[in-house]
Design a binder for this molecule. Sequence first.
Ligand code: FAD
Length: 381
Amino acid sequence: MEFLPSRSAAINKLDQFIENNLSQYAKLRNFDYGSKKRNNISCLSPYITHGVINEIEIIDKSLKKFSFTKNEKFIQEILWRVYWKGWLELRPVVWKDFLSDLEKIKKENSNDLNYKNAINGNTNLECFNEWVKELKENNYLHNHARMWFASIWIFTLKLPWQLGAEFFLQHLFDGDAASNTLGWRWVAGIQTKGKNYIAKEWNIKLFSDNRFQNIKLNENAEPIFDNRTYSSETKIFENVKGIENKNLIIFDNNLSFETSDFQNNKFKKVFLASNENQNRQIKLSEKNIEFKKKLFEDQKNRLLKESVECEIIDIKDLKDIEENLIALYPSVGENLDYLNSNNLKNISFLYRKIDQFSWKYCNKGFFNFKNYIPKIVQEFI
Ligand SMILES: Cc1cc2nc3c(=O)[nH]c(=O)nc-3n(C[C@H](O)[C@H](O)[C@H](O)COP(=O)(O)OP(=O)(O)OC[C@H]3O[C@@H](n4cnc5c(N)ncnc54)[C@H](O)[C@@H]3O)c2cc1C
């Protein structure tokens, strides 16, 4: 499986998926048939994470083919990501605590043999080793494999979840602060307190098409205990006024300016701010950095074609751009952390309309959010 780093590749993937596989999505989405057969799911996450293609255009196209009822599961999954983002926006301390726990745990565990064997795919579990290989080679794992992987990491290999979450972020092309951190917390049993996800041999066999044998797991593990509670902050995601003719900064989560809510505004110049490893706490794999670089190039070329003046710059050079800066909101994660810790707090943000509208429903659980999905779809489609 290949992820070509361009918007045209993303659109092509979406069109093929809608045309040939969307109708079977709800029935087949939980099956992981292996990296050579991935057409039962969309594989759009590396593009969605980078904003190369956005949730509204995906839902819009899917609804041109099938009714809302027929599409409901797919739309729910697409909006699950928006929900996780909003949930973390309202509780940014969860991300901060994850990073500071990680720093401490790394100091204690970086030479641990059990940990080294896990990240080198050298355990006595064939399936786990296979997923490590797939993660490093293809920079993607099926959702069910992510759940099994995280569960085995935490409950069978007994490694700290924070190290596993870091390992995913280093290699996944779709690595995202919200979906990843909250996905790992959910498996551990701290996102929904006391409810952990236990990977079971029969389940792996059934949903991986019987590709693996000898799956001996700890199937009776207790949830991880974490007594910190995070209440939802009251936040208003309001756009700054008077944006015309200012410089606009775009980070690696919004790489399709020409389809954004601000495409019709006139900016002086667009700066595409890339964030290399020296300014990240979690160091990305070379392939991941390369993927991001190519997506930046692709965005730049598309903008130049439309005669939008633009330039790719390193995030550390933002301080040299004079005048008040405006940025498409990078959302909770390493880009925002960089701005906050490098005296760039006076940057004003522009939020996507879908986030402004949806994030107000993210203060409770996903089952509550789900009630608002028809309303969200109606608002934007
Ligand atoms: C431990 C763990 C870590 C994860 N880390 C990430 C991550 O870093 N980045 C990321 O984008 N997703 C993450 N996910 C969610 C999910 O696994 C991926 O979004 C999905 O596998 C991407 O494949 P797809 O595009 O083929 O999904 P499809 O099934 O085709 O779904 C379409 C889109 O819906 C969204 N989506 C689907 N399932 C989920 C989900 N469970 N949570 C949030 N959004 C979802 C994604 O944007 C996806 O591209 C994680 C899940 C777990 C359990």
